[in-house]
Ligand binder design. Sequence first.
Ligand code: FRU
Length: 519
Amino acid sequence: MGLQDLEHPLVHLTPPHGWLNDPNGLWYDAKDELWHCYFQHNPDSTVWKQPICWGHSVSKDAIIWDYKGLAIVPPDSDGGVFSGSVVVDNRNTSELFDESTDPRQRVVAIWTQDADGIQRQMISYSMDGGYSFKDYAHNPVLDINNSNFRDPKVIWHKETGRWIMVVALSQKFEISIYSSKDLIHWQYESGFAVRGFKGLQYECPGLIKVPLLDANGQEVKDTKDNWVLYISINPGAPQGGSATEYFIGEFDGKVFQPRDNQVRLMDLGKDFYAFQTFYNTPNDKDVIGMAWASNWQYTNQTPTSQYRSCLTMLRKLHLQKLQITPEYSEINLFSAPLWDQDSLVNLAPPKSLTPDAPLLPNHGLNINLDQGEGLLEFTWEWSVQDKLVPKADFCGITMFLKDQETSNQFLSLGFEANSSAFFLDRGNTGSHFTETNPLFTRNLSADLTPYRTFQGTSIYKVHGILDRNILELYFNDGALAATYTFFYLENRPIRWVHMESSVNDVFKIKELRFTELAI
Ligand code: FRU
């Protein structure tokens, strides 16, 4: 295997060549039991460039993706097929299908045409299970003569028996809500305007009912307050560039009423944008989605040669009460990766450190992952003796990830106990891009509350998936997530873990287990 082949992550969707941004039209085919993912794509360019089309990949297990080429292309090469969504019109409300198409595969794509300085909502439909599409003969289905009106996400609203579209009036900072009986005629219902982080543009909204779970993981059924409206903002995100924020509230089929004015981010990293949920999931109640793992601030310059950028793993969402401080709790969005290890090859038995291994400043602990091809999963749980934390010093536990023991290039991540912050430094990985692009922020952090506290000891945990040039972190059972891309010297796979503490006695490793995987 050449070094160039190592630039593609293994379980994160990338095109074989060319450009990728937002995930589009996510749907699950209940007939063929297949995940479909479309995405903003230009196979002939590694920077964003018109004509932007919908690329297409499918997966049996949501782990290994099979590229199927272009699904929707613009009628002329000036315009673009911008972001949008897919629904399964199983009742044939659109009357676009006949009996020859299985109800579970009556796929309608709703997308934005960007042409002549105007953005309009169009529909296309597929009669072969989502592989090829025909444009609806009387497009557009929604045109308000606006130059920044895009990214329709449509759901079926059971309670009122209508289709609901949320779509961004990007530069007016409004998420418009429309309803329809047939996917063709759309009626304006309301606008969700200027809330949360405004940034400099609203993009890629979505509105979805998310299961609320109690402390025992049981669904709370009699609640109305479990709708989530997510919005991507770019530029102007708090970490710089692009981010996805969300609001929790009620939706009556016409108006979304947020429960408070609090803004929350879906992911605290710098590479999580344009999140979208799947239409249909194998288990009806599940809410599953994925995002684009990049940031418009630097995405066109990242150091890959054949393709540019990937999507995140699929994430399953739920709402749950989170103890934010000892005196305050509230319902928040939790996420967990859809991670079916049975689809992967274990290259070696998992490698662990001894539980409760003490960490001393001059005596690091090592794990050798010499089988690794660049796909690693880890769980890491550590404890902090709060009273022993020296105030005047950096008090950190740090994990260094590199290709071999003697290398000077590394990705480092860890926890600082004075500030209770998880940190990541992606600035020492040896790539020219990393060293020279100041917007590819080197040091990033996520503030954590302990997962558990007892007798002066605080416990934290993180589940990590590291796949060649992307690291997804899920803290404290998914209460927070953070996604970061990084570019290691010559795409060499990470094969060596070194743990260090800056102080004596403060930290203990409760668990650190690494699994080396391949497809
Ligand atoms: C978000 C976005 C969308 C648009 C698409 C164009 O990343 O700007 O608003 O539809 O990308 O590729």
